[in-house]
Design a protein around this ligand. Structure first.
Ligand code: IMP
Length: 424
């Protein structure tokens, strides 16, 4: 058997429906592996008719024959991890046997969450609209080489001096800059050590596990969180998350070589959504935007915030597809557009002046979308499982996207259930 390690990642601003696709495909893989982000993600699955929302656990977690890996590029909140394990254990058994976590993961500490919150609430800082989970500050610590990692919580002698120094740094800014109450070192040490004991049985060398699985001819599915337009390097900076959600994050965050990813599939919605601040050229500001949000259930799975909605932006997608070695698309939520008279796709930006800066800087504030208007379809695509049954206008919409994005649409999702999926 040929190894086909495959990445499934979002190409827009997150919430593209990656969880459903990973859960749908996971049974064919030896493992699914999260490689970046933290519990800022919100991956919704329907398993046996029940809705499950995952934030940190890989979307393969309900598959009894696949491992679920958390690679070293993920930032972990112990609190969030163990609450999620407890909650998901109500839906599936044996999680502890299938979940493997890298001891090199950086931990999100309570001071990260506080600083994220204080910054977002403070008028002095640019408001990003973060998920307030402490993600950015935890990654800052990693790069500043003062992070507490999972491995540090296994031994008090290792943990104490590290935490003492890092907490000094944070307490200084918590007290002097934000004017709030300092955190207690002893409480933090006790909490971290208790969680360290609890996490021990789940730890594994994820990097070598991937190698071993491949050696046994089992492929691995790499599960991206957020989306390429939120990637710290190629997204709409500074309105981005703090990790590489795109394929460039896989080798570093999962612990494999760049050539160990043979297939990269991008998940895109048939329209676009965004939560938080930042540019969104095709945003729909009238009641049609509200209609799409309502019909598509566009409410953040992590934060409960309403998502901004817009038309499919093929200019951005084409760039992201070409620069990320995307081999095929999974098109989700096409059924949300059922019944609309017209459907627009942004095929170009009008403003030539800004075209020179749009590119690596993603300066999208002043671009003006030019739309192709396609005829909507009157008979529904909802829950269809056979492409031949699609109304012709929906087929035309998909062909248009394939042509302009220059990649095939390989999977189409027509509803939240696993069964509502078309493989092409
Ligand atoms: P952070 O990741 O919490 O630091 O938030 C940074 C930006 O990324 C904000 O605009 C968030 O709304 C956005 N973001 C983070 N995680 C997700 C996600 O899973 N889906 C959609 N947006 C996200």
């Amino acid at each position: 058997m040929t190894i086909l390690n495959t990445a499934i990642l979002g190409l827009q601003w997150g919430d593209e429906g990656k969880g459903k696709i990973v859960n749908f495909m996971a049974g064919n893989f030896g493992a699914a592996c999260r490689y970046q982000g933290g519990h800022n993600a919100g991956h919704t699955l329907i398993v046996n008719g029940k809705k499950i929302v995952l934030h940190l656990l890989p979307s393969s977690i309900c598959h009894k024959d696949s491992l679920s890996l958390i690679g070293r590029g993920v930032v972990i909140s112990y609190d969030a991890l163990f609450s999620e394990i407890e909650e998901i254990s109500q839906h599936t058994s044996g999680i502890a046997d299938r979940l493997k976590i890298s001891p090199a993961c950086v931990l999100i500490q309570p001071y990260h969450k506080l600083v994220d919150l204080y910054r977002e609430k403070s008028n002095n800082q640019k408001n990003i609209g973060t998920t307030l989970r402490g993600i950015g500050p935890a990654y800052e610590d990693k790069v500043a080489r003062r992070a507490i990692r999972v491995v540090d919580t296994l031994d008090e002698k290792q943990l104490r001096p590290l935490l003492e120094e890092t907490l000094d740094f944070y307490n200084f800014s918590i007290e002097k800059f934000f004017g709030k109450e300092a955190l207690s070192l002893s409480n933090l040490i006790d909490e971290n050590l208790a969680f360290g004991e609890k996490v021990k049985p789940l730890l594994a060398d994820v990097s070598m596990l991937i190698k071993q699985l491949n050696f046994k001819e089992k492929s691995v599915l790499f599960e991206g969180a957020q989306g390429a337009l939120l990637d710290i390097d190629q997204g709409t900076y500074p309105f981005v998350t703090s990790s590489n959600c795109s394929p460039s994050g896989i080798a570093a965050g999962a612990g494999c070589g760049p050539l160990d990813v043979q297939n990269i599939l991008g998940v895109v919605k048939a329209y676009v959504t965004r939560v938080g601040e930042g540019p969104m050229p095709t945003e729909i500001h009238d009641e049609l935007g509200d209609y799409i949000a309502k019909t598509g259930g566009e409410v953040g799975a992590t934060t409960g915030r309403l998502r901004r909605c817009g038309w499919f932006d093929a200019v951005l997608m084409n760039r992201i597809i070409q620069t990320n070695s995307i081999k095929g698309l999974c098109l989700t939520k096409i059924d949300v557009l059922d019944g609309l008279d017209e459907i627009k796709v942004c095929k170009a930006y009008a403003d030539d002046e800004t075209d020179t800066t749009f590119g690596e800087c993603m300066d999208l504030d002043n671009v003006k979308p030019i739309y192709e208007t396609l005829t909507g379809w009157k008979s529904p695509t909802k829950n269809l499982t056979n492409f031949d049954k699609f109304p012709q206008e929906a087929k035309d919409f998909i062909s248009y996207i394939e042509n302009i994005c220059e990649v095939p649409v390989k999977i189409i999702s027509t509803g939240p259930d696993s069964e509502s999926t078309v493989l092409r």
